[in-house]
Ligand binder design. Structure first.
Ligand SMILES: [Mg+2]
Length: 309
């Protein structure tokens, strides 16, 4: 099987989006953009041994590769539309490819995004997805819009993916629900879109709340104060903290792909309504101030957010 057959066999599935004039099969893809919209694009790589374990299933790798990119689009308040896939494989393993491509196809259907191109090469297992979305002109939610006095919110529950990872690294067997939090993060696309025009800034929590919230305060030239007692935690995370007196996983653990955003107190009831409609927990965890620093009440700083290098 050569590269063209590989793409044909595993990645050239039928696309139903009428805005795509050309998908896979030409030198490049061509799609229409509605006037008044901007293209929002992001790219993320998942590497074996860095972002997932050697024994992670091809289904989970495919799902997560897509989800982490969708999460970035969600954080911008944009609607995800198209993606490309660059895949580096150590060998041509048809069973692996079949499982990977089936899962990718399923996830792309679920989130209504179309695979429009990509590349395949030989090497250590590596998946790079570039996701493209659209948003009404100048309506994207940036990191730089937070203002002093605004509330800081977080969606869902945080720290569970890090807790799962810690258990695996320590040779314990995580619960099934914890494995799902690590391998099957849910990109908060509906929430991101609903926050457009409401949230003044937003970031997705990929590297840990501490570090990702810091991106907001740096870009916005403000400070922030959050309180660990207000962090939204699952039962297993609460239990872990009670047993170990260790907040570092909740504060610095990454991989949850929840949204952290800011908004004025006057919009609080609107945010509660949005949370209900999106059927997601949204928790106020602190306030923006003008200190230019991030203060985490109740946390003594024993942990560290994820470092890429
Ligand atoms: Mg991000």
């Amino acid at each position: 099987m050569n590269e063209f057959e590989l793409i044909q066999n595993y990645f050239n599935w039928h696309l139903s989006d009428p805005t795509i004039e050309l998908g896979i099969g030409d030198d490049a893809a061509v799609f229409d953009l509605d006037s008044g919209y901007q293209l929002v694009t992001t790219t993320d790589t998942l590497s074996e041994g860095v972002h997932f374990f050697k024994d992670t299933s091809p289904e989970d790798i495919a799902y997560k590769s897509l989800a982490v990119n969708l999460s970035d689009i969600a954080a911008m308040g944009a609607t995800a539309k198209y993606f490309t896939l660059a895949i580096t494989l150590p060998k041509l393993d048809e069973t692996w490819l079949e499982h990977f491509s089936r899962s990718l196809k399923e996830a792309s259907k679920k989130y209504n995004v179309s695979l429009i191109g990509g590349d395949t090469t030989r090497g250590a297992l590596n998946i790079t997805i570039t996701m493209m979305g659209v948003v009404e002109k100048s309506k994207s939610i940036k990191r730089s819009g937070a203002k002093s006095g605004e509330n800081i919110y977080v969606s869902g529950e945080i720290g569970d993916a890090a807790l799962c990872l810690k258990k695996i690294n320590e040779g314990q067997k995580p619960h099934k629900a914890e494995m799902i939090r690590l391998n099957k993060p849910i990109p908060r696309l509906e929430l991101g879109i609903a926050l457009k025009g409401i949230a003044s800034s937003c970031v997705d929590i990929s590297d840990g709340l501490e570090q990702d919230l810091f991106h907001i305060i740096k870009a916005s030239k403000v400070g922030a104060m959050i309180d660990v007692q207000k962090l939204p935690l699952s039962h297993s995370m609460s239990k872990y903290i009670a047993d170990n007196d260790d907040w570092s996983l909740a504060v610095c653990g990454g991989d949850d792909y929840e949204l952290c955003f800011t908004a004025s107190e006057s919009l609080n009831s609107e945010i509660i309504k949005i949370a209900e409609i999106c059927n997601i927990r949204v928790t106020k965890i602190g306030v923006i101030n003008d200190s230019k620093k991030l203060k985490i009440e109740g946390y003594n700083g024993q942990g560290k957010s994820y470092q890429h290098f």
